[in-house]
Ligand binder design. Structure first.
Ligand SMILES: [Zn+2]
Ligand SMILES: [Zn+2]
Ligand SMILES: [Zn+2]
Length: 118
């Protein structure tokens, strides 16, 4: 059975911040093998075959779960949390908010919803 990524609400129509390459590698003058694009914030990082693995480091630093390949001709995505490969890459949904059926209804007050975590 194929898994489903539960983080597609983190996927946005992002604009790559550094379309010319990995943000950190450009800053340090380092090199990369392949590029990955964070679909939550538009960060461009290098893949795990690269010396510095900035895409994975970006996930650990920000917990942005979903990235896609930023290589021309490649159309796939990866969820770091589910460790799930998605092809084609997930796209931002146009719908405003899917039916929130994920959380069980709390019996009493919903005052302390842990939703505003930053
Ligand atoms: Zn996921
Ligand atoms: Zn890099
Ligand atoms: Zn990000």
């Amino acid at each position: 059975m194929s898994q489903r990524c539960t983080h597609l609400d983190h996927v946005h129509a992002v604009t790559p911040k550094t379309p010319n390459g990995c943000e950190e590698c450009l800053a340090t003058g380092s090199g990369w093998v392949h590029l990955r694009l964070c679909l939550e914030c538009g960060h461009v990082g290098c893949c795990d075959d690269s010396p510095n693995r900035h895409a994975t480091k970006h996930f650990h630093a920000t917990t942005h779960p979903v990235m896609r390949s930023f290589e021309r001709g490649e159309d796939w995505g990866w969820c770091f949390v589910d460790e799930l490969f998605m092809e084609p890459a997930p796209e931002a949904t146009a719908e405003p908010a899917p039916k929130a059926a994920a959380e069980p209804a709390p019996g009493a007050t919903a005052a302390s919803a842990p939703r505003t975590a930053r």
